[in-house]
Ligand binder design. Structure first.
Ligand code: FMN
Length: 154
């Protein structure tokens, strides 16, 4: 992915999301980068599960996305030690005010503790609920440059 491509979600090469690199999920990924993503759509009886490997994207890619975010979100990323306890919401808001004063109207740099991960999928399963629990399941498995497709029993 090009460094100027400020993207999240399903992008060429995988699924990209952003988080605090000290968050619970970042620590879990550091211990074991084999992950799964679950997208449930209960209302339409569909679900997609992707399994694969998480890797950090480059600082340039994270910075490009960070710069595309609203200023309030940029300050919130700096203000939050994600996944750690906070004694009261007022503490967070105070921290936001401190950072607002610090950054003034200048450009807000990307925090070194914040950035993206790309999940490179090896298997993606599409599930469609069926009558009498006879669901349709299609499993795409990475096969060289393409994918092999199998239908699974429900
Ligand atoms: C619309 C929406 C977007 C979210 N985006 C992110 C995100 O980009 N990164 C993230 O770490 N958590 C995001 N969250 C929060 C997660 O649902 C979750 O609460 C959080 O990541 C907990 O993980 P942690 O224990 O690693 O902190 C989002 C939640 C919602 C509702």
């Amino acid at each position: 992915m090009a460094a100027d491509c400020a993207a999240q979600g399903a992008v060429p090469g995988g699924f990209v999301f952003y988080t605090n690199y000290g968050s619970n999920k970042a620590q879990a990924i550091a211990a074991n980068p084999r992950v799964s993503l679950l997208f449930p759509w209960n209302e339409i009886d569909r679900q997609v599960i992707a399994t694969g490997t998480a890797e950090k994207i480059t600082v340039a890619e994270s910075a490009a996305y960070f710069m595309s975010r609203p200023r309030g979100s940029q300050i919130a990323a700096w203000a939050s030690r994600q996944s750690r306890p906070v004694s009261a919401r007022a503490m967070l808001e105070k921290q936001v005010q401190v950072l607002r004063d610090k950054f003034g109207s200048g450009e807000i740099p990307v925090p070194d503790f914040w950035g993206g991960y790309r999940i490179v999928p090896e298997r993606i399963e599409f599930w469609q609920g069926g009558e009498h629990r006879l669901h349709d399941r299609f499993l795409y498995s990475r096969d060289g440059d393409g994918w092999s497709i199998e239908q699974l029993q429900p």
